[in-house]
Design a binder for this molecule. Structure first.
Ligand SMILES: Cc1cc2nc3c(=O)[nH]c(=O)nc-3n(C[C@H](O)[C@H](O)[C@H](O)COP(=O)(O)O)c2cc1C
Length: 451
């Protein structure tokens, strides 16, 4: 395999009890993780010990109870900490780890969100990232004064304006705006404060933001969404793209496609990193890894398997079909359209039964699955990384803390041995570690553009 000096970037994608739907049932799992701060400190410390670039929190502003009466009480991921609050607290107990929180552009106000992430960026010394999502969970609409979800196109229309405002607000102050000269009594230079004056279709935001720029300029903008509109949004604004891909070919298509869109938005290749999710099950031997995988799969109750699939692909009433029969035909969802297409494609390609699709979805949820020894897992990662399908991965531990510890103790040393991953952090800010440029403040850039 070809080698390179380029290093992978790695995110630790931690759900409260783990990525797998039955994670909380594992005998060694912290079943109450969504409510115990010390468990989150433990995960963050392990990720930092493994020199992960960042900790990544997904989110949805609603209780994820869905599906049949039988499955409801069996769902393990129903309560958790709000990400900005949790990550801000974790900033105080970590030093180098990036802190990326998901926050929806559909049910928030851009001024508030810009303020919260800018504050987290200051508190952490420049380690914050915002994962812009448009909300794939209809239940969020019911918590925000609506009786039905916004349509896909409308959510993206709002998201683009939202991102524009947030980025504008993060440029409210030049880096050297604050003089704080006690002798002269001058606190700041008003010519270095910039007011946005945004009036658009969805929002009116005057500005400026009442938070200064951070050591990394501004939080890293992350985006997750894979439809054509989602890819355009990524190419226009995202510095880190999180994506769900089940095969090398799909991942390469996505990677190439998103990168090809960058010039259209005046952006360079070095301004963007693309990290697919990776669901690794690793053990010293392949047999042990397979046993670990099968054990978690055996903890899935049928009603939960069905309900989670319905939720993931935005379709109801799948329980009317036989579990051992083929996956039924279905129309497009208004929810997670890209995820639906991805899973249905996998089902058709591999001739899966409905229950097999449930099992496939229960852990990886549309992300690539690797089961094996540290070398086997590293082989997959190396192949994707060196052959134009990924700049790194968002690693999704099946259950916590065990699967994260396994990855840090077994796979990270293997990647380091191959020269594919750092042996010490390059810097203290998230941008330094990701190798992303510090964005020039648009106001500072403006005169140069005019010349
Ligand atoms: C990899 C990935 C992760 C996502 N994570 C979240 C999330 O944590 N919270 C959320 O509300 N939506 C999440 N989304 C949903 C997207 O923001 C978007 O609403 C959905 O994917 C539909 O857009 P699409 O058809 O462009 O993919 C995620 C999407 C992808 C592809």
């Amino acid at each position: 395999m070809p080698r390179s000096n380029r290093m992978m970037n790695l995110g630790a994608f931690v759900h409260e009890t783990g990525q797998h739907v039955a994670a909380w049932r594992h005998p060694d799992a912290h079943a109450e993780s969504g409510t115990v701060f010390s468990h989150a400190v433990d995960f963050a410390s392990t990720a930092e010990r493994g020199q992960f670039d960042l900790l990544f929190l997904a989110d949805s502003a609603a209780v994820s109870v869905f599906g049949s009466a039988e499955s409801k009480g069996r769902m393990g991921k129903v309560v958790k900490f709000e990400p900005i609050t949790l990550l801000s607290a974790l900033a105080a107990v970590t030093t180098n780890l990036g802190l990326v929180g998901t926050c929806s552009s559909t049910f928030n106000e851009p001024y508030t969100l810009a303020r919260q992430f800018a504050s987290m960026d200051q508190i952490s010394g420049g380690r914050a990232g915002w994962n812009l999502v448009t909300s794939n969970n209809e239940a969020e609409a019911f918590n925000h004064g609506r009786e039905q979800h916004y349509a896909h196109a409308e959510r993206y229309d709002r998201a683009a304006e939202f991102a524009e405002i947030v980025l504008g607000l993060w440029d409210s102050w030049d880096d050297d705006a604050f003089i704080r000269d006690k002798m002269s009594g001058i606190y700041f230079d008003p010519s270095k404060m910039h007011t946005l004056h945004h009036k658009g279709k969805h929002f009116a935001v005057r500005g400026p933001l009442n938070v200064a720029r951070s050591p990394q300029g501004r939080p890293v903008l992350v985006q997750a969404g894979a439809s054509d509109t989602g890819r355009d949004l990524a190419a226009r604004y995202a510095e880190l793209v999180f994506t769900a891909q089940t095969t090398f070919e799909q991942a390469k298509e996505f990677y190439t496609n998103v990168r090809a869109r960058l010039p259209r938005f005046g952006r360079s290749q070095h301004e963007v990193k693309i990290l697919p999710g990776l669901y690794p099950v690793v053990a010293p031997t392949e047999t042990e890894a397979r046993e670990k995988f099968d054990y978690l799969q055996s903890l899935i109750h049928p009603s939960v398997g069905i309900s989670v699939l319905e939720h993931t692909i935005g379709v109801a009433n799948l329980s009317q079909y036989p579990l051992d029969g083929p996956v039924p035909e279905m129309g497009d969802t208004n929810g997670p359209l890209s995820r639906q297409r991805l899973l249905l494609e996998a089902a058709r390609r591999d001739g899966l039964t409905l229950w097999e699709l449930c099992l496939l979805n229960a852990g990886p949820r549309g992300h690539v699955l690797t089961i094996g020894t540290p070398a086997q897992v590293a082989d997959v990662m190396e192949h994707w990384f060196l052959n134009g399908a990924a700049d790194g991965f968002n690693v999704m531990p099946a259950w916590l803390p065990g699967s994260l510890t396994d990855f840090v103790d077994l796979v990270i040393p293997e990647l380091q041995r191959r020269g594919l991953f750092r042996t010490e952090y390059e810097g203290h800010t998230l941008r330094q570690n990701l190798g992303l440029p510090v964005p020039v403040n648009r106001w500072a850039a403006a005169p140069m553009v005019a010349e």
